[in-house]
Design a protein around this ligand. Sequence first.
Ligand code: DGL
Length: 264
Amino acid sequence: MSQQPILVFDSGIGGLTVLREARVLMPERRFIYVADDAGFPYGNWGEAELTQRILSLFAELIARFRPALCVIACNTAATLVLEPLRSAFADTPFVGTVPAIKPAAERTRSGLVSVLATPGTVRRAYTRDLIESFASRCHVRLVGSENLAGMAERYIRGEKISRDAIQAEIMPCFVEKLGRKTDIVVLACTHYPFLANLFRSLAPWPVDWLDPAEAIARRALSLVTTGPLVSHAPDLAIFTSNDPDFAIKRLMSGFGLTPEQMRH
Ligand code: DGL
């Protein structure tokens, strides 16, 4: 079982923020990173089309790699396809990143919490249900950003991103109500932790930026067996475009991932 890899999936590079935590907790495991960059960004996809796309991708990936576990390191995907994936591939365990609304509601002191996500995640019934079930006593502001995931992709490629443009995306997260202020912003897109330092420096007041990556990695760890550290086949990075640019290839090699074709 510990020979089987763990598959980490996102629409782009965002899932690397989860992969790095998973590696810390499971150093002996082999990882396959899959970015559906041919479908990026997921934020504005229709729900039926996106579900179908991800289900067929996983049919191929599961048949090819027989993963011990799949981590859907994408809130936009997980809030939609986690259940369909679990029923379609009942023998494979799935863990998903979904907005960390419950921990935010437990931690907030002001009662004002914001959820920064893609427009898709903000629209999901799954997200509304989380708020209703766990944060009904808080004021939750949902902020669906059209641009931030793309900005994170460009930032990580070394392109210059305007600070004003980033600030404009995060400002709706900051709410003042009856003398109280937002004190927690949930990073509900795995791309956003790459921009967290910029967010901190641009925030009108300090808040806790909640990144669930470590919690997701811990959940993943609880579902697999661990074993001794032995050498294994290299960790792979698959881009569904089969055509990542130089900057992305360099990023992958920095993460110790070997490029691999989606289809041979
Ligand atoms: N990283 C993805 C998420 O966690 C979204 C990126 C996108 O495709 O827009 O929601």
